[in-house]
Design a protein around this ligand. Structure first.
Ligand code: ARG
Length: 623
């Protein structure tokens, strides 16, 4: 029978002695930190250094070495001098609950070996306890393991996805949506209060044009059926009609101002800016219907927003305020009636802040918008997750706010990313988000159907295909550093062979299946129910060690704004687990061994699932 010893009862031999508190170490959330502190202490004592200085020098992740410390980071001198320092550490070393050995390959580095049994015990204990504690959390929860409270009390506003109504949701929006969701999760996992804000492109002369277009080409029925598609079609048609007119005018034909589509659009937009109810009513319906439809699509991607804001929502007062300040501070010049901020001194050109007819522009709205959001959220940080092509815009925005003396100017950050190449579907070169999800789902569904026996066991094959398909698209997007361009390839990214999204889902499914396939093994509920000495073989240690690296992967992903750090971690774990199945078996092993291994796989699954949720993926249990 399973022992029901309280989780707090740590066997005598694994009890930690008192450790100093060191900045950056958080053993209560990441137990490996305790082992690192103990290592730092040994080196600090021998070298006569402060532990705070040594702690960050304790490195993990070198092949087959648990911890390494570079002696040369603290001591200079001839090889003979370094040898003396190395020897000092080695001679004073006593095996402990933290470490079992120390050595040096070259007197430049110290290599420390973990007390594997104690490490295994504590790691499994911590992960399983936090998993237990968060079992009743909502479905998107991530384990406290690997998270921090670094951002506690701070507020982040993150502007991401932010597509334009009546225009295609392009690859730039897709990347912003995917990466923005994960960065939001990472901040939340590090204690920040996060406001996810969708800043819709829903204002500007184009929306005057759209309105004119709808009166000519629009269909009420189509609009209700699929607002995003229909408004785009209308937009394409009215643009073509306007271009056609322009050609005629260029060829000498005269078209009255009344008939000019261009002038009509400007008049409608002017009416919108002046808040004329008629002009606003139609636009407002377009906006509402588009948001409704967007929400359905975002749901499929497991993407959520706290606020649907947008260019239209920026208050006219804050825009006027911004324009007034730049003028007062003599930052402006004029060109054919338009007002510009002159940033040539900063190699950022000149940028229009007020058009000749008095209307606002993208930059004006971002200037006013930043002020509005600061009033409302008093954010400690504001991230704009937008493609690199808009770098100049954000440089201009931030510089202008800085010159205006805005107190929040240094809290704004543009996080950018590279291009997606080769994105097109059967339906043409314009890709809608819906089409991408559909294509990925179809590709996954086809593959699943090829194994009829398994297919029959999956409860909701289409739903499952959609989850794996969106996983594939997301992982493809996040596998590399965000600044890199990549080639969009549905066939490739939905493949089960190689480091693509489906492999991560597959690993999770396999980890789930261990428990299912071994119903006769009593499921350990606590690490005290198993004997950790059955988990010391190298393949198991490699898995555990990788689980111990999870907090570092989260931290790097968070501080560098690089989801790829976590993706790489997931792939590595999947490979380690994949390499263990054959030898580290549950089925057929002695019961005690089987129990220990089952616990290992369950715990591994908990962390993988947590990492996947951090990446906004939905871990599935069968495929
Ligand atoms: N709607 C813009 C576009 O599609 C992106 C908006 C980004 N956010 C911002 N605050 N400017 O290009």
């Amino acid at each position: 029978t399973l022992s029901s010893a309280p989780a707090s009862a740590i066997p005598e031999k694994f009890v930690f002695p008192e450790l100093p508190t060191v900045e950056g170490a958080d053993p209560a959330r990441s137990v490996i930190d305790a082992f690192k502190v103990a290592t730092a202490q040994i080196v600090a004592d021998a070298f006569g250094e402060k532990i705070e200085k040594v702690y960050p020098a304790v490195e993990m992740g070198k092949k087959n070495i648990d911890f390494s410390v570079a002696i040369v980071r603290f001591k200079r001198g001839k090889p003979a001098d370094l040898e003396v320092w190395a020897k000092k550490v080695i001679d004073n070393f006593k095996p402990s609950v933290f470490l079992s050995a120390v050595s040096t390959p070259d007197n430049k580095f110290l290599y420390f070996t973990l007390n594997k049994e104690s490490f295994t015990y504590h790691l499994l204990r911590q992960i399983s306890l936090t998993a237990e504690a968060s079992r009743n959390e909502p479905k998107n929860h991530t384990l406290p393991y690997g998270t921090t409270l670094e951002g506690a009390g701070k507020h982040l506003v993150i502007d991401f996805s932010s597509p334009n109504i009546a225009k295609p949701f392009h690859a730039g929006h897709l990347r912003s949506t995917i990466i923005g969701t994960v960065i939001s999760n990472l901040y939340a996992a590090n204690g920040w209060d996060v406001t996810r804000l969708n800043y819709l492109g829903d204002w500007g002369t184009q929306y005057g044009l759209l309105s004119v277009g709808f009166d000519r080409f629009g269909s009420e029925e189509e609009l209700v059926r699929d607002p995003i598609q229909h408004l785009f079609q209308v937009y394409v048609k009215i643009n073509a009609a306007r271009d056609e007119q322009k050609k005629k005018i260029d060829a000498g034909e005269t078209i009255s101002d009344e008939d000019s589509i261009h002038s009509q659009a400007k008049r409608v937009f002017k009416a919108m800016e002046d808040g004329e109810p008629n002009a606003i009513a139609q636009w407002s319906r377009f906006r509402d219907l588009s948001i409704e439809k967007l929400k359905v699509t975002y749901e499929k991607l497991n993407v959520h927003f706290d606020v649907y804001w947008g260019e239209s929502q920026v208050s006219p007062e804050s825009m006027e305020r911004a324009v007034k300040i730049v003028q007062e501070k003599n930052l402006t010049c004029e060109d054919r009636g338009a007002l510009l901020v002159d940033l040539t001194k900063f190699k950022m050109d000149k940028a229009i802040v007020r058009k000749a007819d008095g209307t606002s522009i993208y930059l004006t709205r971002d200037l006013g918008g930043a002020y509005d959001k600061y009033q409302k959220y008093k954010f400690d940080k504001h991230i704009y997750l937008v493609q690199a092509a808009q770098s100049l815009h954000f440089n201009q925005l931030f510089k202008t706010l800085e010159l205006m003396g805005e107190p929040y100017a240094d809290k704004l950050e543009h996080i950018s990313f590279g291009l997606v190449k080769g994105m097109s579907t059967r339906k043409g070169t314009v890709v809608f988000l819906e089409d991408i999800i559909e294509a990925a789902t179809e590709s996954m569904h086809e593959q699943m159907r090829s194994n009829e026996a398994k297919y029959a066991q999956v409860e909701d094959p289409l739903g499952t295909s959609e989850i794996i398909g969106t996983t594939a698209v997301k992982i493809q997007d996040m596998a590399g550093k965000r600044i890199n361009d990549y080639d969009f390839d549905i066939k490739r990214c939905t493949s089960f062979e190689g480091d693509f999204g489906p492999f991560i889902q597959y690993s999770h499914v396999r980890l789930c299946s261990v428990q299912r396939k071994n119903p006769n093994i009593p499921v350990p509920v606590s690490v005290n129910d198993i004997d950790v000495s059955h988990l010391l073989e190298p393949k198991v240690h490699d898995i555990l060690y990788h689980l111990a690296l999870y907090p570092t992967a989260v931290k790097n992903a968070y501080t560098l704004h690089e989801p790829s750090q976590l993706v790489t971690w997931c792939f590595k774990l999947s490979h380690l687990v994949g390499g263990a199945w054959e030898t580290v078996k549950v089925a057929g092993a002695d019961e005690e061994v089987a129990k220990a291994r089952l616990f290992l796989y369950i715990t591994t699954r908990e962390v993988l699932a947590s990492a996947m949720r951090m990446l906004s993926l939905t871990p599935i249990e069968r495929m």
